[in-house]
Design a protein around this ligand. Sequence first.
Ligand SMILES: Cc1cc2nc3c(=O)[nH]c(=O)nc-3n(C[C@H](O)[C@H](O)[C@H](O)COP(=O)(O)OP(=O)(O)OC[C@H]3O[C@@H](n4cnc5c(N)ncnc54)[C@H](O)[C@@H]3O)c2cc1C
Length: 833
Amino acid sequence: MLMWLGLFALISAVAVYFRMSLLLWSLMVAAGLIGMHYVPGVGAATLAVLWVIFAAVAIPLNFQLLRKNLISKPLFRGMANVMPSISQTEQEALDAGDVWWEGELFSGKPDFETIRSLPKPQLTQEEQAFLDGPVEELCRMSDDWKITHEDFDLSAEAWQFIKDKGFFAMIIPKEYGGLGYSALAHSEVVMKLGSRSGSTAVTVMVPNSLGPGKLLMHYGTQEQKDYYLPRLARGEDIPCFGLTGPDAGSDAGAMPDTGIVCYGSFEGKDDVLGVRLNWEKRYITLAPVATLLGIAFKLYDPDHLLSEVEDRGITLALVKRDTAGVEVGRRHFPANQSFMNGPIRGKDVFIPLEWIIGGEEYIGKGWSMLMECLTDGRAISLPALGTAASKMASRFTGSYARVRKQFRTPIGYFEGVEEVLAKIGGQAYAIESARLMVLSALDAGKVPSVISGIVKQQTMERMRQVVNNAMDIHGGHGICMGPNNFLCRGYQLIPVGITVEGANILTRTMIIFGQGTLRSHPYLLKEVAAFHNPDKQRGLKEFDKALFAHMGFVFSNIVRSFWMGITSARLLRTPGSKATEHYYRQLVRMSSAFALTTDSCLAVLGGSLKRKEKISGRLADVLSNMYVITAMLKHFENEGEPEEDVPLLRWACDDALLNIQTALKGVMTNMPIPLIGSLLNFLIFPLTKPYKGPDDRQGHAVARLLLSPTAARERLTRGIYASTDPNDATGRIDNALEYVLKTEKVEKRLREAMKTGQLSTASLTLYEDARAINIITDKEYELLKQTQAAVRNAIKVDEFSHTGWKVETPSTDTEYDEPSTTDSEELRVSGLQ
Ligand SMILES: Cc1cc2nc3c(=O)[nH]c(=O)nc-3n(C[C@H](O)[C@H](O)[C@H](O)COP(=O)(O)OP(=O)(O)OC[C@H]3O[C@@H](n4cnc5c(N)ncnc54)[C@H](O)[C@@H]3O)c2cc1C
């Protein structure tokens, strides 16, 4: 009997593994039972018991009326305390954007075609020309030290250039005089500017992100579009958008700013129907110089001049700077940056109704308008800045670690430094991949709101780690500020990226998983909607359907997780090559584990999961790291699977898998019912911990890629502004690296001569001694001296006068003159190149 029960359990497990329908499973088992009648030796009693068990399970499950009354109805009634409630603002956030790859990750069985069919990101010729022309030029014009330390503003020339060349109009369609660029081009522009000057990049990115331009394009009346968009495109109007205030930060929906519908005087006319606004906003980027203020407020109509409803909800309006009652112009000083940022206040500012974005039709829809527009902003501007910082750190920390020597050895060769360099390279690879994949989705017409949150949070968090690590390697060279320091302003900018457009803590704990589950879980939203359906009969029917599909889903994930756990997912058929297939398989495995853990948390915690942010934050980490792995696989394939990039891919994927494992184990350990946590652990990780993270050999390979201008490093850092000027903050480091690489062989010869005692290790005139005894030629001697000068130039830091922060170049360390160039042809002949 037990053997037969075991056999049917196996058939059932196979059926749920492959997610067969209930009916198909029932038919398979029934066929098996019929077949057993012809198996010699099976007793009638055994058959009868098996048929009874089968009927007890299959009949209620297959007949909706029966299961509805027996199972769904009592559950429907009993779940009032478990079902999460959804507030109006949450509902609007939920309705914004599309479900995309996160839906597949929640499914436990992702269809990789969703990603593999995305085209490779590609700039048009016009976009590339913009990057090579005006963007390069603006980078050259952006002296970040002058901007942030001397002028506290961009130069007048840079402001004019930005307006003239359409930098503020990248998202405005061509028909309105804008550039009409793709998300990719927009991101590449911000990234390149960000690699030069954070203040310039933020100045450019804000009008192209969430603000009047975007809101007008999506919701503006034709009249508003025709008037404002060309003005914004030409830079005649500078926009800003005010949502945040002293009493409404992350919870912006709680803003106390009001608009009262009333009659007032406007431009000499009395009795104009409009709105009297009172607001107090702070931290508003570009506000001090803005001519057009976008304002979010709550609209009330106490005299019922528009409708019977008094509280009309969050509404957005455009207010001209010179309107009576507007106070604008003061500045904040955010993290030592010098982009314009400040408070804006309005006292009894009367505006006509036509200034409401979208006109009367869009009154009260402000929150969903903001949510919809925030989506792609989150995915473009900040990730571009994060990528800029991580590419800069990878390239110039790699070069620096090669040219900077301690104990006669490049610091990048020490294992301790190598370990940190590997983290920089691996994380930079993850950041670049995360950025590019979401851009492909945006350019394919998707608005993936949860993924945007993931990309924002992940790129900012990883950027923080990369820049911190780079600071460690640069030591005093990164700390002492001045025109020669390319790193420290970026380091100071980190908290800005972390805080804006959805502060990271809240984005991780509330948005990614909270919204992610409700929107992307295959059944949860259906169950919640059915539960809240005012027609209770209909609601019960929908609930029953969703619930049973959900139960099948849970069983399937139990079987799938366990099977993939004991086989390490080796038997799965997934796409991929030698370098990638392991990660494709682990993604499927972790997707199933994630779906099962999510459902377990929902079952145990119900609606209170919303408040259990330590649990939801960990689940967000699982989802986010799965997104990042997918993005890296996609990026690797888009690049043509270059062999040299494999160490980067492996390091970053192994790191992300370890993050997933840590997060899942954290959920299991902290599950309010410990038995469920242990059960999950047994099902998901039956053979202890499968992911060990990147090993030392992988780290070594990644670090080595960064220590010289390898093809992998060039690909990794593509798109940043790389100066070739040996007196530039970064140009000097690359210049020194070039020399160091040229003298590598001669240096080796010198080291050998020291080992054999031909040269003294204590000599202060090593090169001269080596030349005197013909260990090096005159030409090699010259080259070594030039290298010495280039390295000295690369490691120098700025000095200031005692009384003020005016740069004083020390007399011994004058402006670096590129040594009269060594004839590279001759070097090759002498075997130095
Ligand atoms: C340089 C800069 C530029 C900006 N530009 C603009 C702009 O142009 N327009 C505009 O409207 N706003 C702008 N902002 C405002 C920005 O969006 C807010 O700073 C942000 O929303 C956070 O609000 P807060 O600073 O008041 O922090 P708070 O809301 O007080 O948050 C403090 C901390 O608490 C966390 N937190 C809050 N609630 C939760 C929760 N439920 N769960 C977990 N954690 C939570 C947050 O994650 C954060 O870490 C800008 C801010 C800065 C610093």
